[in-house]
Design a protein around this ligand. Structure first.
Ligand SMILES: *Cc1c(COP(=O)(O)O)cnc(C)c1O
Length: 376
């Protein structure tokens, strides 16, 4: 195909080559996507746990189109249509006090770093091995993977890394200089790693004892992915700050930092030109409406998916599923693609399945059959 050849040539010559990719997706509907040759795939990647309402959900498309005819951007110098209503809705479903919107996950992490420093007057952070919190300089400082962090050192803020799941080590690392501990309730980029039972309650307890804030990074786990609005909702633990992004607006770029009552930025302490704009907020409100209806189905769909893959010992919560495949992970990913199923290798040979929450039972069964055969 002449056209497909030319975009690949242009990409290799003009775009910075930080990604590895084979196909171009041009259309999506529900849990299905199509490439530029017309091939269909069941999408178990969903733009990396972003397109939870499925591709181009009519309610989301309508909200974006309607708002784009009224006002696309106005800055935060004025009250923004849909912004306050969205903040209220997010506070209600998460039980937190106030919201601040961002354009991405990393920016939500940055906002939390600033808020934690400002409100505790402490400088340092504690994070966990294999954790991921973003790639901007501040969020990268809290991200563990040495290969992506070390080339950019020295980084701020100072961060101590503790083994994920090790409460004793955590208690030793958090001290009077620790502004906050940041933790994922299920580690996503690491390959869907679940913490030991009671771990998150233990992290809360250590934070309380040492006067540090607890930041829960729900950028991947939040917005219904695990069957509740927040994954921390399975644990009965109350964070000081919650970060959201990926699934929040069905693919329209957006993030949010939510903080408990009394923990907040004041006039001039933070800001953004684009964040919380009319299109993003309209898309997020429509997204929440759709997820509300899907939420009761997520647990069962996840169990069905894991059940069908049982012989590979899948783990996870809701529609966030990991399978340790090892060295053959890339090969399995490629085989699945050839058989019409998109999956993704996260860190350390862990296959990650994060399909749209609208995925049907039929699609789950088909995808599981293909994945099962590909792993062999
Ligand atoms: C994806 C992700 C981020 C970073 O989000 P970006 O929008 O890519 O900046 C941070 N934390 C977690 C847990 C994530 O999964």
């Amino acid at each position: 195909m002449e056209r497909s050849k030319s975009y690949k040539e242009l990409d290799s010559k003009y775009y910075m080559q930080v990604f590895t990719r084979e196909i171009q997706l041009v259309r999506g509907k529900g849990a299905k996507v199509w490439d530029d040759t017309g091939r269909a795939y069941i999408d178990c990647v969903a733009g990396i746990a972003v397109c939870s309402t499925g591709h181009c959900h009519p309610a989301v498309t309508k909200a974006i189109c309607d708002q784009s005819r009224e006002l696309i951007h106005c800055s935060n110098l004025y009250y923004v249509p849909h912004q306050a209503e969205l903040a209220e809705e997010l506070c209600r479903i998460t039980g937190l006090g106030r919201a601040f919107f961002t354009n991405s996950g990393a920016e939500a992490t940055e906002a939390a770093i600033k808020l934690a420093r400002l409100s505790t007057k402490r400088l340092n952070f504690v994070a966990f091995t294999h954790g991921f919190h973003g790639r901007t300089m501040g969020s990268l400082a809290l991200t563990h993977k040495p290969a992506i962090r070390e080339p950019f050192e020295p980084l701020e803020p100072r961060c101590t890394f503790v083994e994920y799941g090790d409460l004793e080590a955590l208690a030793g690392a958090v001290d009077g200089e620790t502004a906050a501990v940041i933790v994922e309730p299920v580690q996503g980029e690491a390959g869907v790693i679940l913490p030991p039972e009671g771990f998150l309650a233990g992290v809360r307890e250590v934070c309380d004892r040492k006067g540090a804030l607890l930041i829960v990074d729900e950028i991947q786990t939040g917005m219904g992915r695990t069957g509740k609005w927040l994954a921390i909702g399975h644990e009965g633990v109350s964070p000081d700050i919650v970060l959201l992004a990926k699934g929040i607006a069905s693919g329209f770029p957006m993030g949010a930092m939510l903080a408990r009552e009394g923990l907040e930025f004041h006039r001039g302490e933070h800001g953004s030109t684009f964040a919380g704009g009319p299109l993003a907020c309209a898309a997020a409100r429509a997204t929440i409406g759709v997820i509300k209806g899907l939420l009761p189905t997520v647990k069962e769909k996840g169990e069905r998916f894991r059940g069908a893959l049982q012989r590979h010992s899948p783990r996870g919560r809701g529609l966030m599923i990991g399978i340790t495949v090892g060295e053959r992970c890339q090969e399995v990913q490629h085989r699945c693609m050839e058989e019409g199923v998109l999956v993704n290798c996260a860190a350390d040979g862990n296959l990650r399945l994060v399909p749209p929450l609208v995925i049907t039972e039929e699609e789950i069964d088909r995808a599981a059959r293909v994945i099962d055969e590909a792993i062999g």
